[in-house]
Design a protein around this ligand. Sequence first.
Ligand SMILES: [Zn+2]
Length: 454
Amino acid sequence: MRLFGVLFAITLLVFSHPQKSWAQGVIRDAEIEAVIRDWSDPIFKAAGLRAEDINIHIINDGSMNAFVTRGQNMFLHTGIILNAETPNELIGVIAHETGHMAGGHLARSDDAISKAMRPMILTMGLGILAAIAGAPDAGAAIMSSAQKNGTVTFFAYTRVLEASTDQAAENFLEATGQSGKGLLDFFQRFRYNEVFSGATKYPYFLSHPLSSQRINALQARVEASPYKDVVDSPEDQHKLDMIKAKIIGFLKPPETTFNLYPESDTSEPARYARAIAHHQAASTKIALKEMGALLEEEPDNPYFNEFYGQILFESAQAQKALPYHQRAVELRPDSALLRLNLAQALISTDTPENITTAVEELKKVLAREPDNGFAWYELSVAYERQGKISLAKLATAEQAYAMGDYMRARSFAQRALMELPQGTPDWRRANDITLVIAADPRIRKQAAQRRKRR
Ligand SMILES: [Zn+2]
């Protein structure tokens, strides 16, 4: 699991309520993303949307929220995943949000959102990358500007729109043979919280107001569905329990995890959560022992291999980590993030052959995720180790561009241009970056902001 921009906070102006800020960050994790994808894609298709065009972002935020923005972005707070008792509940919420997306409910009000969200998403990663690259000041400056740019105003949906979106959600659930009971249960469990507690913990119900009529309408529809009694498979329930264990293990303090998952609990999710918590507590030996036992039981679990490799990698044993990351990639060759971990471990071993393999792996990652700034950063490191300095500069330009730091992107692209043989594909790419940026109004805005800051 990678956490981007842990120190980053955005301000959400929800409705006319007072400003609240939450410490936030975007989470990237192969396992969590794969599970959510498996559950979301059929819903997107049922809604007539192209699943591959929709970006799902998981935000590290314990408050309960989910929302969609233009540009086909769906955001899920970790708080909503942790509060879902069954996959059917979470899928119900996803179906409801898909209803907003398919209905174009952000069409009028989201202009400000899409303008504000884009730099927020892009620069969040950059802050942490700049810090990794050894420029903490730059990181802090970028984070504070992201904070300013990321101020987003969300408009609440009306109760009428909410009721019709519930009906759309129920359509998608029926089309995929699923029950709407999860969504109903979820609403019923939280309807009193909406009334009695503040906005901080349940922003979802501020933008998606509940009402008795709304719940009654949904209930009538759910009861009439031929799929109302369909329940989650034990496999799906297990997947949800595992990703909840992972989120808690990584994001809560270890003592909290040990309280939630005491030693007496010998279930797989509990053992997973504890192994992660031991790793977080820097008890490497125990983490390896407990994760090793899980891996022995499920040697073909790509994420067990990944995490075992991660423990080794993060305790400076990159060479030992390699076979586990390799195995994870073999088991899930379509996962860009598993490949990125492998590339990172390869680079750390610092042998010429491994660096060459890392470059090949990173190219595969970037073919799938051309905006992955961390992959571009790793590629720049690999090229530098190979002495290919002009390519390293081009990769740095790509990284800056992917993260929305257009001035830095232009500066590195120009430097790459001077050194690359004219007319080659790499030269043309560097040239393209400078041309695209020259034509982009955002760079003028960024330049003006930087002048002001000085
Ligand atoms: Zn809604």
